[in-house]
Unconditional design. Structure first.
Length: 300
């Protein structure tokens, strides 16, 4: 990012090393100034990460809850503000982590753990609730709870590794996400009220695991959903009032389960819900599955 020298531009850099803090719990925050939008990159190599709506006066509020008095986790929080656009980079790593930069793929981060303790760190992250956000979140191993209810989100990408994760939108997103990307590795992943995310395209890629995608919430437009699962079981929960068209390639190694009363087979690999033509909200779903099962269930 080019740094502006104009008087209205602010460059703020915060780098926090948690090990120097003596208090039982660690708290860090960035106060809001004149931001009109914020771009966020959030990374955690291991632990329990909880992300939710915060308040209007703080861009981000981070709380680390110690499980041991001698824990020395590493938190790097960098924030830049340029011409009313905030750029936040937040990295959370457990005790014993060595973080190194990598030149691969244009520059990344490698994390090596020394004397690794499987007692996970607890991180709580609250995000500003009335500024448009672009969020790129990556979790390596552990547990995550992404509650984006009440936030304004224009871009969202989530990647989880060996983890148990939950994503939820209990309220309609007042922003619009062009492409919502979710990548889940060896894990369990559950999403609630995805139609409240207000996306145009949803791309889900699963490796090995069990996945539940609940498309509850309000849908009054036509959207596209791409599902690609390697070895695992995925269940899609879709309200009955939503029209659904499914393209699925039959395979000896995977199985598609549909409600026979709700869907009609138009031709090989193409299925439509009985209300597809007249429904106000429509989902066009493309499913690719390697080894495993795909279930489509209708909900009220």
């Amino acid at each position: 990012m080019k740094k502006s020298t104009a008087s209205y531009s602010l460059i703020l850099t915060l780098t926090v090393l948690c090990g120097i803090v003596i208090a039982q719990d660690l708290h860090r925050e960035v106060k809001r100034t004149n931001e009109k939008e914020v771009k966020m990159k959030i990374e955690a190599s291991f632990g329990s990460v909880n992300i939710e709506k915060g308040t209007k006066d703080k861009i981000v509020n981070v709380l680390y809850k110690r499980k041991k008095n001698n824990n020395e986790p590493k938190l790097d929080l960098n924030y830049y503000l340029n011409k009313n656009i905030g750029d936040l980079k937040l990295e959370m790593h457990p005790e014993g982590a060595e973080v190194r930069s990598s030149n691969d793929d244009g520059g990344g981060v490698n994390v090596h753990l020394n004397n690794f303790d499987f007692n996970p760190d607890e991180w709580y992250v609250q995000l500003v609730d009335d500024i448009p956000l672009s969020i790129d979140a990556e979790l390596g191993a552990g547990k995550s709870n992404f509650n984006f209810s009440g936030l304004i989100i224009n871009e969202l990408s989530i990647s989880t590794g060996a983890s148990s994760s939950k994503l939820r939108f209990d309220e309609k997103n007042s922003g619009e996400i062009k492409t919502l990307r979710i990548e889940s590795g060896v894990s369990k992943f559950v999403a609630d009220n995805l139609n409240n995310a207000n996306f145009q395209i949803l791309e889900f890629e699963g490796g090995v695991g069990a996945y539940i995608l609940d498309f509850g919430g309000e849908l009054k437009k036509e959207v596209k959903v791409d599902i690609n699962v390697g070895l695992g079981a995925i269940t899609l929960l879709i309200p009955k009032k939503v029209g659904v068209k499914i393209k699925y390639e039959d395979s000896w190694f995977s199985n598609l389960s549909l409600d026979d009363e709700e869907f009609v087979r138009r031709k090989k690999g193409i299925y439509e819900s009985t209300n597809y033509l007249e429904a106000e909200g429509k989902m066009n779903i493309v499913i690719e599955s390697g080894l495993g099962s795909v279930k489509i269930k209708r909900t009220h």
